[in-house]
Design a protein around this ligand. Structure first.
Ligand code: PGA
Length: 250
């Protein structure tokens, strides 16, 4: 039976008081059913969200981490800090971090290894830019990102991949069904070759909303969605969870 991972990436949105409101709305909006539902608020909202999620099926994730457990890294947040806030998942390698904060595959790999070591699930984002897609480099870019970010991984059990074409993030235009089908199949095949006995879930991200979620989640090898804008509105996020639930029930 198909079961989806529906993850909300709140990015730099929601103060702690706004988090309280949205988390309460989500708690009363929708039962998660069979699906794994994750919210990833900003660091300053994690403790608030964690308190409100006691007894809820909604899981908590963060949007970034440092690979060192502690030390002189001004402004950074460690994995033990996130664990104490109740986080089970951490988004790493998001294109906004690659683009605006200069993160590269080697650095992302260090975070991924530290997360596996610490027992948290990395949600590893990969994806090509528009220029790369238009120049026929999509598969080569994804292959490099996968190989370098997953370097030295022997046990892929808790890893989640999020395929997020950079040009589809926050634009209101998601990748087409054909593009998602082809790319997810490529990523799935690569992962299958590398981690023989482990099924690594692959989420799609990039302008997923309550209108297109049904079509996107129906595509083979789409195991869920990483959702930015639409995860900030309780009704929309709950509607996407309902859509996943309906597809699971079929
Ligand atoms: P979006 O963002 O849904 O607003 O396009 C997705 C993401 O960046 O994870």
């Amino acid at each position: 039976m198909r079961k989806y991972i529906i993850a909300g990436n709140w990015k730099m949105n929601m103060t702690a008081s706004e988090t309280k409101k949205l988390t309460e709305e989500l708690n009363s909006a929708k039962k998660c059913g069979q699906q794994t539902v994750i919210i990833c608020p900003p660091f300053t909202s994690l403790a608030t969200a964690n308190d409100l999620l006691v007894g809820s099926a909604i899981r908590l994730g963060a949007q970034n981490c440092h690979f060192a457990p502690k030390g002189a890294f001004t402004g950074e947040i460690s994995i033990p800090m996130l664990q104490e806030c109740g986080c089970e998942y951490v988004i790493i390698g998001h294109s906004e971090r690659r683009q605006f904060f200069g993160e590269n595959n080697a650095f992302i790999n260090q975070k991924l290894m530290a997360l596996l070591e610490g027992g948290l699930s990395p949600i590893l984002c990969i994806g090509e830019t528009l220029d790369e897609r238009q120049n026929g480099k999509t598969k080569a870019v994804l292959e490099t990102q996968l190989a370098e970010c997953l370097k030295d991984v022997t046990e892929a059990k808790s890893i989640i991949i999020a395929y997020e074409p950079v040009w589809a993030i926050g634009t209101g235009v998601s990748a087409s069904t054909e593009q998602i089908t082809e790319t997810h199949y490529f990523i799935h095949s690569w992962l299958e070759k590398s981690f023989l006995n482990v099924a690594v879930p692959i989420l799609y991200g990039g302008s997923v909303n309550d209108n297109n979620a049904g079509e996107i989640l129906s595509i083979p090898h789409v195991d869920g969605a990483l959702i930015g804008g639409a995860s900030l509105v309780a009704e929309k996020f709950a509607s996407i969870i309902s859509t996943a639930e309906k597809l699971t029930d079929r």
